[in-house]
Design a protein. Structure first.
Length: 128
């Protein structure tokens, strides 16, 4: 197995290109393998479409869009935690379960944050 060489890391623009390639590879993997990620991307696409046509302030649109990106971020971190736990061992262990549950809780909190922000903008919009 190939090992990481900490003394010979890419630098400059080459590092940026390699990092971008790694990120695109991760997004492709998520789209192929994670149903929750695909569902949240659909939510992001639908929400972004709504924002494009909704006559609200730029600040409100930005807050709503960021709330949807936060869900994507939490899902990516959750999936990373699950991958690391599974890499270490597939054995059932209380700490492995806890790590996965905590990642899942982060996704749930991000969904709650988005719901609160979207609800507050909707209430403000319809109360005028």
């Amino acid at each position: 197995m190939k090992q990481f060489d900490n003394t010979n890391k890419p630098q400059g623009f080459n590092r940026l290109v390699l990092a971008s390639n790694n990120s695109f590879r991760a997004f492709n993997w998520l789209m192929k393998n994670e149903a929750a990620f695909r569902q949240e991307c659909i939510l992001l696409l639908l929400g972004t479409t709504i924002l494009f046509f909704w006559d609200i302030s730029l600040y409100e649109k930005t807050a709503l869009f960021i709330s949807l990106l936060l869900i994507i971020l939490a899902e990516i971190i959750n999936t990373a935690i699950e991958a690391v736990v599974d890499r270490i061992s597939l054995d059932i262990h209380p700490l492995s379960g806890l790590a996965k549950d905590l990642g899942s809780a982060a996704v749930l909190i991000s969904l709650g944050i988005a719901a609160i922000i979207w609800t507050s903008v909707l209430v403000s919009y319809f109360s005028h």
